[in-house]
Ligand binder design. Structure first.
Ligand code: ADP
Ligand code: 5GP
Length: 194
């Protein structure tokens, strides 16, 4: 079967790091009627405290990741930060769609556009925007999972990432969390019904 020939639909959630993608996805996963299954990405970054292999990510060595690139195992991959790779394995999309479920993915803006390009009408790309860059920095500081150098890297990249917003199918501002979740839920519900 062609990898892109899926029965389920794909929902790509992209946003600058710290905007609230994971938080929104976790809320959406509680909605049984959406039949969503999270696409677990592969990455070469080290696990954060509490993160588990095969749950949050497939944590791979750089050599393993490179080998899988050469073997054509990725639907998309990006060097999101210097020397740090993230990618969606084709086998992961197949795992989810073979269960008859819809795929929800947390990928960076370039990866989001690649998935949309690959899966076309089966995929909906949703861009989540922070209320402001200052607010984004505050969220990264309050999340307290990255050191200040890492936070600065992520904030510096955010302005560039925000220039991609018009290339996405839709955009939702994550100001009040409950409102943003409801908005994304409505968008997903409509797309499933199409
Ligand atoms: P991302 O997955 O985009 O990197 P997270 O979901 O980890 O972002 O959210 C970053 C931080 O911001 C977390 O501490 C989260 O609890 C918080 N957060 C998410 N959405 C909101 C919101 N609407 N208002 C305030 N804080 C939020
Ligand atoms: P984090 O290190 O905070 O978990 O993720 C950093 C960035 O990598 C986020 O912007 C996230 O969306 C992105 N990312 C996670 N998985 C993938 C993936 O499979 N592909 C791409 N292109 N980006 C990913």
């Amino acid at each position: 079967m062609n990898t892109t020939d899926t029965t389920g639909k794909l929902f790509v959630i992209s946003a600058p790091s710290g905007t609230g993608k994971s938080t929104i996805i976790n809320e959406l996963m509680k909605c049984d009627d959406l039949q969503l299954e999270f696409s677990i990405s592969a990455t070469t970054r080290k696990p954060r405290e509490g993160e588990k292999d095969g749950v949050n990510y497939y944590f791979l060595s750089l050599d393993d990741f490179r080998q899988r690139i050469e073997q054509g195992e990725f639907a998309e991959f990006e060097e999101v930060y210097a020397g740090r790779y993230y990618g969606t394995l084709k086998s992961e999309i197949e795992r989810i769609t073979s269960m008859g479920k819809n795929v929800i993915m947390d990928v960076d803006v370039k990866g989001g556009l690649s998935v949309k390009g690959l899966y076309g009408d089966k995929a909906l790309s949703i861009f989540i925007v922070p209320p402001s860059i200052d607010c984004l920095r505050e969220r990264l500081l309050s999340r307290a999972t990255d050191n200040i150098e890492e936070i600065n890297k992520r904030v510096d990249k955010a302005a560039y990432e925000l220039t991609f917003v018009d290339k996405f199918d839709c955009c939702v501002v994550n100001d009040v969390l409950e409102t943003a979740v409801e908005e994304v839920k409505a968008i997903i519900t409509d797309f499933i019904a199409e």
